[in-house]
Design a binder for this molecule. Structure first.
Ligand code: SF4
Ligand code: SF4
Length: 336
């Protein structure tokens, strides 16, 4: 843990070493704490090597450490030229956010994003997010852009924020929108967890961080209480419903929140459910690649006819909904 730091553990560790190096990226958080504690070692070397040698920007790669701490001349390198398959960050197979981003891309909306695994919507094939700053900024950015650029963007602007981030820091900017008579549309991605950082409980889940039962915030009631009159809920696996809900909110001359509600596919409860993987039927496939637009990593698009990994596919049906030729079907249909 970086806070609170385990003082006894660190002091006993420093007791047994000849020199103390604190190697941490960015600011000298741990190093400063050691200096405040006046950590020494039995060899009398109280000097700590840290940011007096190391940069506080960029990654501390092995080569950076070699150059700065061992005063290497840079003629040899730890970096090796090896061929590693590229692995761009992607949403999980069957991720509910995929349906929302497919629709945002289709509608060519400007979207201000926020912090969470849904930030990946900024990447291909969706390219659906235009800004990401810090937690809660998605809603504030949308309102700011709306104020200065509404004459250019019209009603083609949405803010996207996850349930956990919304409860953390999205409510305050939404109150500002209501207070200042904004008309911003917010898409609240409620996947019933804090996805990106490891499924930590949050106040909308009905469980404390120690998994004890507690009160779960009702988003609809909360939104009505702060003055949002238009609140609707859609299932992001239903692409038609998703598109209709977003369009309906955008047509209003008032602030609106549309809630995309479906649990994260990586939740234990979701993984325990039986999955029925899909496959591409060669004879029906027209090689149009439309199914790749859902950005599912279970689909390999490197061959003319896309291939679906039966191990990774959870059978969400999203890719099948995109195929105009009914070439994607559950494997079970062929086996029955
Ligand atoms: S959308 Fe259908 S027809 Fe097009 S590549 Fe995918 S499986 Fe084939
Ligand atoms: S049904 Fe299609 S989109 Fe859904 S997980 Fe399987 S391959 Fe991915």
């Amino acid at each position: 843990m970086t806070f609170p730091l385990p003082r006894k553990l660190i002091e006993s560790f420093c007791d047994g070493v000849q020199r103390i190096y604190v190697i941490e990226e960015l600011e000298p958080f741990i190093e400063e704490q050691l200096r405040i504690w006046n950590v020494k070692n039995p060899y009398g070397v109280s000097e700590i090597t840290g940011k007096n040698s190391l940069p506080n920007m960029f990654e501390l790669t092995p080569d950076v450490l070699r150059r700065t701490l061992l005063h290497g001349d840079g003629t040899t390198s730890f970096e090796k030229e090896i061929s590693i398959p590229p692995r761009p960050p992607v949403l999980c197979p069957g991720c509910p956010h995929s349906g929302v981003y497919f629709v945002l891309h289709k509608l060519k909306l400007t979207a201000t994003g926020d912090i969470g695994c849904y930030t990946l919507g900024a990447l291909p094939p969706f390219n659906a997010l235009d800004t990401t700053f810090c937690m809660g900024a998605g809603i504030a950015n949308a309102f700011g852009i709306e104020k200065v650029k509404r004459h250019v963007l019209g009603k083609k602007l949405v803010a996207v924020i996850g349930d956990s981030t919304f409860l953390h820091s999205g409510i305050a900017p939404l109150i500002d929108i209501v207070f200042n008579k904004g008309i911003t549309t917010v898409i609240l991605m409620d996947n019933s967890t804090t996805g990106m950082t490891g499924h930590q409980q949050h106040p909308g889940m009905g469980k404390t961080i120690r998994n004890a039962d507690t009160y779960a915030i009702n988003y609809e009631e909360l939104l009505h209480a702060i003055g949002i009159r238009h609140v609707s809920v859609f299932d992001p696996y239903d692409l038609e419903e998703t598109e209709a809900a977003i369009k309906q909110a955008l047509a209003l001359e008032e602030p609106a929140v549309v809630i995309s509600r479906r649990p994260c596919v990586m939740l234990e409860s979701e993984r325990a459910k039986p999955h029925h993987p899909y496959e591409v039927i060669d004879e029906l496939c027209e090689e149009c690649d439309l199914c790749l637009k859902i950005g599912c990593p279970a689909i390999d698009g490197s061959t003319p006819i896309p291939r679906i990994s039966a191990e990774r596919c959870i059978g969400c049906d999203l890719c099948a909904k995109l195929c105009h030729f009914e070439a994607i079907k559950p494997i079970a249909e062929r086996l029955n």
